[in-house]
Design a protein around this ligand. Sequence first.
Ligand code: FUC
Length: 926
Amino acid sequence: MSRVSRRHLLSAGAAGAGATLLPLGWPTGSASAPAGAAAVADDLRLRYDRPAGTEWLRALPIGNGRLGAMVFGNTDTERLQLNEDTVWAGGPYDSSNSRGAASLADIRRLVFADQWSQAQNLINQAMLGKPVGQLAYQTVGNLKLTLPATGAASQYSRVLDLTTATASVSYVSGGVRFQREVFASAPDQVIVVRLTADRANAITFTATFDSPQRTTVSSPDGTTIGLDGISGSMEGITGSVRFLALAQAVTTGGSVTSSGGTLRVSGATSVTLLISIGSSYVDFRTVNGDYQGIARTRLAAARALPHDQLRSRHLADYQALFNRVSIDLGRTAAADQTTDVRIARHAEQNDPQFAALLFQFGRYLLISSSRPGTQPANLQGIWNDSMAPQWDSKYTINANLPMNYWLADTTNLSECFLPVFDMIKDLTVTGARTAQVQYGAGGWVTHHNTDAWRGSSVVDGAVWGMWQTGGAWLATLIWDHYRFTGDVEFLRANYAALKGAAQFFLDTLVADPARGYLVTNPSNSPELPHHTDVSVCAGPTMDNQILRDLFDAVTRAGEVLDLDAPFRTRVRAARDRLAPMRVGSRGNIQEWLADWIEPERNHRHVSHLYGLHPSNQITRRGTPQLHEAARRTLELRGDDGTGWSLAWKINYWARLEDGTRAHKLYRDLVRTDRMAPNMFDLHPPFQIDGNFGATSGIAEMLLQSHHDELHLLPALPSAWPAGRVSGLRGRGGYTVAMAWTGGRADEFLIRADRDGTLKVRAALFTTAHTLGDLTDGSTPGTTRPETDVVQFTVRAGHTYRAARPGTSPSPSVPASSDPGPSPSSGTGATAVYTVTGSWSGGLQAEVRVTAGAAPITGWTVSWTFPNGQVVNQVWNGSHTQSGTRVTVSNAAYNGALPAGGSTTFGFLAGGNGPHDPPADLTVSTR
Ligand code: FUC
């Protein structure tokens, strides 16, 4: 086998399942990069030539899911605005309104009698939660570094590097080059600020905390300062989340002192500043956690590690997620400008790389704001400098919270989704009380918002808040996540939440007297009045769509888990009585049961197209008339909208398979009124849903899987004529890589997690093509249900390649990263290996080992690193390193790999580049 095809084989087949996925090959910069568009490694950076000054929307976000900071990069007073994701106003409260259940019959009667204002008045008295609003996510405060004036700074540059999740600053002042780098480490749970200079003993500064919260500052020891505080009171609920922020300086050279809450570093050569924050929030019911102990323990543990280890552990952790997807949409000289200039000029220049940057920025933000065990990403992710942010920076469920997670599975960040399912579990508790008290119903319900206390009642006012299907929408995410991962244990663990969500509606749906359908009453089509000032109604289209999804999800989950057959029968019967979607008088999808015309024609919410996206009830081939009506609906509503509204519309147009229009909406989003200089999406103000929704939309333009098939390049715009992407995920458990030129696909790679039957739709199949199983070299037998659809049987772990004839396999590594000599193989073993990944900041490599006819027992795999990098993370096994030699023992198979079985190792190696790939691979057996 030639070296190229051997590498290719491995790079295609090496990804493990689920959480251990490694990227398919094709790093950017390879020989067949889009014509005239050689990708530049540094392109995955936000770059600026001046400090953020006092402008928060110029500062750069870093985060580890729990801790966040906005880094300003100033040369006089550096500011790190700090957040911890559980610092919320108020404390545990019960939001239910005890007048609810007794008033429900009257409210319903008024709604059915078209007495909407009266119904809203009664809802405002009897159904609104206590308090009427929910509570806000709040800032911790700031760490400020006051630097001495050493003359004007020159050669200034400020960067957020998405490949390493570091924010850095570099400038020359007084003849000295100063550098600062900041990252938030998930493995070590601290924020790390590293200050260096190119002259010894040049670093001098003082550091202090300040905060708008009720706080005290202190100097717990000679190198540390502290900020001890408690969150604010709001809506009559006393602030009760205690927090302690600590900052400790570890210096080389010079001196450090701390007194009265001021840290003084003088004449140091390098400084590592460690920031640790503990919070007393335990869960939505409990706020008595040992916040001081948490802050101190994390700090002490991090203090025990040298800076380069903190950094390499951070890199290994972050890159294991980020590197799963690479994307290249072409590059022009526009990408050489600073990021703020690119945004300002986006309308007038061709800058396809910006779309790739925005796509990856969304993934960066999700990795940085949502990790297993943390709170879900709120309206601002985790970044908020205020005590009273817009919409409380909480969780708005009727658009924003689900949108935050549309990218999680499609862009291969499955673990980052997990905080949502923890939140749903909490809501089954608070929402069960609201269901009981306000509706006399079983199961659980949540309306259009929630907060850290898992408020589940109707809030803000009937016009906005009287929407019953928030919890139902969230529950559908359980099933959709399962469709990607196939994780039955996850489904089992979350089934009760699905069932409880459905139970609520079995208990509360009522028959519409005029039409006979089972409908929600009272509810609304999110935030959109159907007549002046009234939005309350029965059975809005979005509710019916969500409930169809919910009922389908719970019945299918029950089938998979073999549970609750009688319950499923009841659910199916209710589903059959929901109102179908209808085409209205304007050729649009009707938003309500009646064919009303909305008073506000260009309203930002287009809720009744939930059936088009994220759901799959409106599809081009399944429901062509509705699909056409969805297009008409969007034309009538217009392209304008808030940031998140534009982002949703990218997804809508992608599902309409209109790449040109999807790209137009993407461009509408990249305007100074919709995107801040730091690339935060603007509602305005900043709301992170527009970032996440845009990443999701770009993914939907390249790959769709909502209709029991993989649809490759369904909405490719002419603006991206050549490109490549790898690592996108499709429902059913598929990882996909694609390369195209001239607007036409050259090659696809699809790796299956599980055995099954795969349907793939692609224009490539209407022309000459090859299709092969790269893993065993066979050619799958196919059927052709449609001219552009190929169907075939897939095997778990196998990778399938379709290509135009004559397309040579994509090279996986640049020439400078030649993997070195062929691997040797041990008794009964065959082994091949390849290397992929980023070569500048760290190295990611993978090796697949396949047993021959006999099992391999008692074996180890080892590599030599020419540069002696430190290996900091290994998949599938434990490792030891001795000098330049790394040895992995296979723990996953208890030392035995069965005959014909194969396994994959991946590892990340850190250290300062450039790296050489590992050489001299050996598989040895006992
Ligand atoms: C809903 C939207 C607003 C905003 C807010 C957070 O109320 O209608 O546009 O996104 O949530």
